[in-house]
Design a protein. Structure first.
Length: 279
């Protein structure tokens, strides 16, 4: 069974300056701020995986001021799909968005990276930390805010859910804070999530986690579960054995356990939305 080794990288924005460490290096978990992170920064494994085959059914159009992959017909149920670092142009993400559309959602999947998505299986020496430094909260959140404004003003959904994979998981967590329009969220193998963001969750949240994941490892998964329990959040966490970080988007569909886990993570999201949005 093939698994990708996953080494977490710390982005410039969260590197503790007092440590005197090179921001381009892999930073041991023991040196990261233990009280602040619920999931670590994206790592090398976030750009590796298998390219899926199929013909995307959606279309690209400008939405919220950015290029956006839009699929599905219903406008009463809308899903905001926030991608991993490989972006809205990755066929895997487009095909998964189409699956959500087939489940009855109008899916909005914006370009979070202004045309600068990280490549799948990049060449040796590609500098992920340098890339992450240009795609932090200050660059990403305004894109999501503008897209959300268009969803609310143009689509006027009765039900609004959000799904986030790896990089996108952070922003799903943020969208579930009190006062936001998103009513239910799902994320798979999240990254960059802070414990403060988890503490602010006030809407239903489901998480799909991998057995092998140094970005969302057992200690951070358990801390996240403890915090969600403490704040009396409505949540669900499913843990899939035999798979690694990225399985819900970039798993090898010729490996039975990886295909099963991907399919079940998708079903987890759809079932979660059906249950939580029906209330």
């Amino acid at each position: 069974m093939r698994k990708f080794a996953c080494f977490a990288l710390t982005a410039l924005a969260i590197l503790p300056p007092a440590l005197g460490l090179d921001a381009s290096a892999d930073i041991p978990f023991s040196l990261l701020p233990k009280t602040s992170m619920a999931a670590k920064a994206p790592g090398k494994c976030c750009g590796t995986g298998t390219l899926h085959t199929g013909t995307p059914r959606g279309r690209m159009q400008t939405f919220g001021g950015v290029e956006t992959y839009i699929t599905g017909h219903s406008s009463t149920k809308v899903l905001l799909y926030l991608t991993d670092i490989l972006g809205h142009v990755l066929p895997n993400n487009q095909l998964l968005a189409d699956d959500f559309a087939a489940a009855g959602y109008k899916v909005i999947m914006p370009d979070l990276f202004s045309g600068d998505a990280w490549p799948l299986n990049p060449p040796e020496g590609a500098d992920l930390n340098a890339w992450l430094a240009g795609h932090g909260l200050e660059q990403t959140e305004p894109i999501i805010t503008a897209v959300m404004a268009d969803i609310e003003s143009k689509l006027k959904p009765k039900s609004l859910a959000a799904a986030g994979y790896c990089f996108g998981g952070k922003y799903v967590t943020r969208l579930l804070a009190a006062g936001g329009a998103v009513q239910s969220g799902f994320m798979a193998h999240p990254s960059f999530v802070t414990m403060e963001e988890v503490s602010a969750v006030s809407k239903p949240l489901a998480i799909a986690a991998a057995e092998t994941d140094t970005i969302f490892p057992p200690e951070l998964r358990h801390q996240t579960e403890a915090k969600l329990t403490e704040i009396k959040a409505q949540y669900q966490i499913n843990l899939f054995s035999g798979v690694a970080h990225g399985f819900a988007v970039r798993g090898n569909m010729s490996v039975p356990v990886e295909k099963y886990a991907k399919d079940q993570a998708f079903k987890q999201a759809v079932d979660w939305y059906a249950f939580t949005l029906s209330k």
